[in-house]
Design a protein around this ligand. Sequence first.
Ligand SMILES: Cc1cc2nc3c(=O)[nH]c(=O)nc-3n(C[C@H](O)[C@H](O)[C@H](O)COP(=O)(O)OP(=O)(O)OC[C@H]3O[C@@H](n4cnc5c(N)ncnc54)[C@H](O)[C@@H]3O)c2cc1C
Length: 500
Amino acid sequence: MKKREYEIIVVGASNAGGMAAAAAAEKGAKVLVIDKMGSAGYLYRETIAAIHSKAQKKAGVEIDRNELVNFLSTFNQGNVDQRLLNTWADNSSEMVDWLDEQVLRPHGAYIKATPDAYYETERNHAFPTGNEATAPDGKYWQMGYGNWVIAKAEELGAEFAWHTKLEKLVVEHGRVTGVIAKNMKTQEPLAIKATKAVILCTGGYGSNQALMAKWNPLGLKTNVYTDSQRDDGSGITAAMAIGAAKDEEPASIVFNRGAVPVGTNAEDFYEVDLTPPDDPGYLWLGSYPMLKVNLNGERFFNESAPYQFQMTAASKQPGYLSAMIWTEDTMSDENLKQYHTLGCSRLGFPGIFTGEEARKEVNDRLKEGLVQKADSIDELAKKLGLPANNLNKTVERYNEMVASGSDTDFGKESYRLEPVAKPPYYGAIIGGRLLATLDGLRVNLQMQVINQQGNVIPGLYAAGNCSGGFFWGIYPDHVPGLTASHALTFGRLAGKYAAE
Ligand SMILES: Cc1cc2nc3c(=O)[nH]c(=O)nc-3n(C[C@H](O)[C@H](O)[C@H](O)COP(=O)(O)OP(=O)(O)OC[C@H]3O[C@@H](n4cnc5c(N)ncnc54)[C@H](O)[C@@H]3O)c2cc1C
């Protein structure tokens, strides 16, 4: 860091922070970004929601803005600020177009729309909102375009101070005028002034078990891993310490892919995990709507639903976990094709595991003891610690409905009914993988942080997962890419507004 005084300090260099920094620097502001870690590039996500980006228009994607906003409000039972949803809807395409033109294309990469994301069934109403950041070779995954966003912000004049953690916000005469930070390498405290604004982009609190226990106690029970190991909630608590208001109820994005050892007590098991390749327990197949039962061996919901429904349904079952049951035959290319999933739940492109990929993953987890294989349902039940009598009854009933082509118990689409009739049988005990918490600081439509009375805290902005009012309860994954887009769009808006 060259100086100790800037116009704008952005805290956090990931999706929201990188965009806020670039947008503020574009407006000519002197910007410093601090991040407690040494890099943030890999945290920028590939699936990004928007309404009518240029790539979507070119691909002929049409989304009715009010239909989508009303869908989201209904999904959240009205527990969101619908004006924030409108703000996102009206600004998401400008953000995606900027990313495409200013960041990706100079590197030969580009945004690709996903018109195939639309589908509608009993419990699934999906919108083709996804814009995929696509590498020059046409591949989607792990391209790390985030480093290009950071480089773009630097090119526009923003400075980045890594290993620098926000400890406290400085308030003078009722206005936020800077931060007290700590150099994480030397432990040296630093006072840095912000003459215009501090923008918090510090993400959620999923790795902070004390905050999880306080703000999302059921999430602590139903999740067995968290993939957001940096998210300690420190930006949220720093703002609350100076009177900021926070969402009163939890929101989160959770994958149904957390395989755990048989006998795990979900209430005590919460591993703050690392993202791949150090990813214990990751069972991609878990997001497929195969037969799932509770720890009593009974079926308890329609598995063909948004992925987080598995954990909310399991939260009403003993032990908070569920078991997935399938067979060797299930893992054929032909069968897996029907399990099309969306957005960040997709498995590459076109979004479905091949039989070979599925078998490889299952064999790897088998060696680790996280998948069980058996020649009979009795043996599988024993290996999974489930009552054999109940599991046999459930499988028998399920197979009858598969044969009749109609799931009269829970209404799963007939094309997703696969028999569990021929050995070898497989099973795994599954809990949630918390990708991020989504409840945060209350903000107005300019991303200014507000207090309990709804008054702006002058000089303080927030964007991304440390900000709230946008999500409630579970994540609407049928609007693919919404959390990354929420962070990127509102980060960009926060940067613009703070620089004005
Ligand atoms: C495996 C995985 C895949 C995902 N895929 C998708 C996807 O395809 N599409 C999608 O929409 N969403 C996806 N998500 C969710 C998405 O990653 C998050 O919603 C997004 O990262 C939020 O961005 P953010 O900028 O708000 O916060 P974060 O990305 O969490 O970044 C916060 C930053 O702040 C820094 N920080 C925190 N506290 C401090 C402090 N006190 N001082 C200084 N710095 C601090 C952190 O080091 C970090 O760099 C995925 C999540 C995971 C885990």
